[in-house]
Design a protein around this ligand. Sequence first.
Ligand SMILES: [Fe+2]
Ligand SMILES: [Fe+2]
Length: 282
Amino acid sequence: MDSSDGRWTMDGGTRYKPLRGARPSIAHRPSSALTPSSAPTYTGRMIRLAAVSDIHFKVGDQQAIAARFDGVREKADLLLLPGDLTDNGTLQEGEQLGRELSRLGIPVLGVLGNHDFASRMHAELIRVLGGAGISVLDGETAEFAFRGETVGVIGTRGFRGGFDGQALSETSEPEVEVWVATAGAEADKIERDLERLCTHYRTVITHYSPIRATVEGEHPETVPFYGSSRLCKPIDRLGADLVVHGHSHHGTHRGATPRGIPVYNVAARLLDAPFIIIELSK
Ligand SMILES: [Fe+2]
Ligand SMILES: [Fe+2]
């Protein structure tokens, strides 16, 4: 099925292909520091990313995780989890989730969501998941090589604050200034990483949305709490192949930045499958 604006094709209900020309033209230099990927079972020609967010893992959910990701290794090269990995941000949740994800046999990359901060153990949570081989990015990048092509993933949580002309910008009160500065700092991480990442494909994962379109469906009064346009500015200025985010459980699955970069809201509740597959092709 073709999207109404012609930017995507949809195949089999859960697979999307950003079409040629959907991204700004960016001159990529060859990367010199690639991390060899673990050998995936999937051997198709195109690079495939599996993605789902907001799984909100709770203690005892191991079987649900195993069922959700059954077969992912045969379908994708990488698994992206853009935040709300856990429901309460506890280390026990992190340990159990990490153990299950480590059995999938596929590289797993994520970012923290607001729920992962709920126990104020987020730094330890990153460490626990990292110990299980799950890379939780906080302004960092990860690079992989698959079948002669390179994929870079930029990950950071992002933040709230609203969109476009209605975005929070006032800084007269210190408490408000912290919100504005936090969103700005998250955007700075994306900018810094995009300036240095030179892989063939560049994917940005955030928990909060960089655009309004993919949070449409939430109650209008809460929309500013689902993301920030500040995150979008470096993405459109420096270019990326796609953005994957979560947090907006009642939002809209697909949108695009003003420059036409595809944005996918992959909150589990929005999907009609355990995860989506995004195919990368030039
Ligand atoms: Fe969530
Ligand atoms: Fe969230």
